[in-house]
Design a binder for this molecule. Structure first.
Ligand SMILES: *[C@@H]1O[C@H](CO)[C@@H](O)[C@H](O)[C@H]1NC(C)=O
Ligand SMILES: *[C@@H]1O[C@H](CO)[C@@H](O)[C@H](O)[C@H]1NC(C)=O
Ligand SMILES: *[C@@H]1O[C@H](CO)[C@@H](O)[C@H](O)[C@H]1NC(C)=O
Length: 288
């Protein structure tokens, strides 16, 4: 509540993501029978895979979780994830295979994933919340509730994906070009300015469906020791790109002094923002 309220007082909305059915290993520790037991031959191997989409208890649990999410997070959007689901464990499990047969899914596990995602998107709609899902869900599945927002994370093909998703009438968020947990030598903040989220082949109506973007800072190599320097000031570059007139903010050379000044403001407030390049802040020389 502290985070939500702190953000609200600054005009910022907190939208939670509860990613499933993949990326849920930690959920399994607290919630028995939620994850799919993987098999080795005829016997359980002792390891677990994605959420088990074949049992009623899963949907009861997801419903109570989403109700709690609705209660805690006032925002009208909820991110349901749906990315990077590995099928090997589902495939190994005889109960899952029986369920696949019963549902007429054949051997196509993307159908099983779709069935699960559709169920939780329906639950979310019934709770009067709008779902956001990662692009994987769209890539596997045509029948997505129309008001679902799709988010693009795969870098190589994002312009083609923008065309396809907006052609299908979906609203889209673009994250792929702003994965700033990826780092490289040099002034990589410049890349943030080169992105034009609406520069893809499509009609004006399609372009209006691109509702924004998201900077991503995934945690594999980031914790409290390096979060601030890695996030700032590079996230500011993406923010300016998304929130300001595109024509006036495309040029990274012209942006440099603005961003440099902004970084000094962050430092002055005690936020350990990393340097953009060689230089100094005026306040660092005051009194010398
Ligand atoms: C559903 O959500 C919308 C947007 O947040 C809100 O305006 C509306 O009052 C809600 N409807 C119900 C029945 O709660
Ligand atoms: C989701 O809702 C739609 C529309 O009401 C319905 O046709 C569909 O069968 C539901 N899907 C699942 C998996 O419950
Ligand atoms: C849009 O992107 C294309 C290729 O990716 C590029 O050639 C073109 O200059 C861009 N359009 C604008 C208005 O910058």
């Amino acid at each position: 509540y502290m985070v939500i309220e702190h953000a609200r007082m600054r005009g910022i909305r907190v939208i939670p993501e509860f990613d499933s059915p993949g990326h849920t290993q930690s959920w399994g520790k607290g919630q028995p029978n939620l994850l799919t037991p993987c098999y080795k031959g005829d016997v359980p191997s002792g390891s677990f895979g994605p959420v088990d989409p074949t049992v009623d208890t899963t949907y009861k649990f997801m419903e109570s979780l989403l109700k709690e999410v609705k209660f805690v997070f006032p925002d009208s959007y909820v991110h349901l994830g749906g990315d990077e689901v590995s099928f090997a464990c589902w495939q190994s499990n005889p109960n899952v295979r029986t369920f696949m047969e019963k549902m007429g899914f054949g051997k196509d596990f993307t159908k099983l994933e779709s069935f699960y995602m559709e169920s939780i998107m329906n639950m979310t709609a019934a709770l009067n919340r709008t779902s956001v899902v990662w692009q994987d869900v769209f890539d596997y599945h045509e029948r997505i509730p129309q008001d679902t927002v799709l988010e693009i994370w795969k870098g190589e093909t994002y312009q083609a994906e923008l065309s396809r998703m907006t052609k299908a009438g979906h609203r889209v968020l673009l994250s792929a070009p702003w994965y700033i947990n990826h780092i490289s030598y040099g002034q990589d903040w410049r890349n943030s300015y080169a992105v034009q989220p609406q520069n893809f082949s499509g009609t004006e109506e399609q372009k209006k469906l691109v509702i924004g973007g998201e900077v991503a800072m995934w945690g594999e190599y980031v914790d409290a020791t390096n979060l601030n320097p890695r996030l700032w000031p590079r996230a500011c570059a993406a923010a300016e790109r998304l929130w300001s007139d595109e024509e006036k903010t495309m040029n990274a050379d012209l942006a440099f002094p603005r961003l440099e000044k902004f970084r000094c403001e962050l430092l002055r407030r005690g936020i350990q923002a990393e340097p953009l390049f060689v230089g100094h802040c005026k306040h660092e020389y005051d009194g010398l």
